[in-house]
Design a protein. Sequence first.
Length: 164
Amino acid sequence: MSNKPRSLEIDEDVAFQRKEWIFQRIGLTALFLFVLAALLGLTGMGGTLSRGEAGDSNGPLHVEYQRFVRRGSSSKVTLHLRGATGAIRFWVSAPYLEHVQIDSVVPTPNLESVETHRHIYVIQAGSPDVTLTLNVKHEEMGSLEAEVGLVEGPSVRFTQFSIF
C-alpha cells in the first residue's frame, strides 16, 4: 500500500463561499422577520398588534377593529353603544365605504339611508348597552381612513391598513 496522502481534486473558491454564506444569513434573517411579523399580526391574520380600539371604553361609543387586514378578505368592526335605547341611528363615513364593502350588519338594521358624506343605519335597541358588528370586505390596498358615529352624537376615527 502506498503512503501517499489522498486528495480530492475540488476547486475551492473562498470568495464565492463567503458571499453564499452572507446571502444565506440574509435569507434566514428575512424569513425570521416575516414569521415574527406574522405572529405579531402585521400580515392581516390577527395577532397582538393587529387589534385596535377607538373611543372611550366607558363612553357612549367604543369601536374595536383590526389595524392590518388583507385585500379581498373580511374583517369585523364592532361598535359598542352605551346609554341609548329605542331607535339608535349610527353612521359610517362614505369615503371609507368607497374602499370597502359592508357584507352585513348584525343586528340587521330596520332602515338604511345614504347622505352625501355618510351612510346611516337605524336599529331598535331594547337595552342601554348594544353591540353592533359590521362585517366588512376590503377591496383595495393602502391606508383606509374610517369614521363611525351616532347621529347627533359622538364619532370615532380609526385607520386600517389593507395589505397584499
